[in-house]
Design a protein. Structure first.
Length: 107
């Protein structure tokens, strides 16, 4: 079993401040996205990724996140198999809220 490329939320925060910021892909459901999200994130729920994959750029890295990292890991693997540059965000939005932005609403 191969290991998926991953970033911690701290590494993602650093990348978002740089010139090589990845595209953010939030794969959570609509009700989860309504509670909190990262600014500028593309929102494509897991169940819609196959039909909406064309909305994602193949020429830029994509940082995939969900609530804790499980769904985003599956989508990261799928995107890599389709030729995208994807990386899973370890711990998801929950880790972001806990370790990067404690003022972010959680659920």
């Amino acid at each position: 079993m191969s290991v998926l490329p991953a970033l911690t939320v701290e590494e993602l925060a650093d990348k978002l401040e740089g010139t090589d910021a990845p595209v953010l892909l939030d794969v959570r459901e609509n009700n989860e996205f309504a509670v909190c999200s990262l600014p500028g994130a593309v929102h494509i729920p897991v169940g819609q990724i196959v039909e909406r994959i064309g909305e994602l750029p193949k020429d830029k890295p994509i940082a995939v996140y969900c609530h804790h990292g499980g769904r985003s890991a599956r989508i990261t693997g799928y995107l890599l198999a389709q030729g995208y540059q994807a990386v899973n965000i370890t711990g998801g939005i929950h880790a972001w809220a806990s370790r990067v932005n404690p003022d972010m609403p959680t659920y």
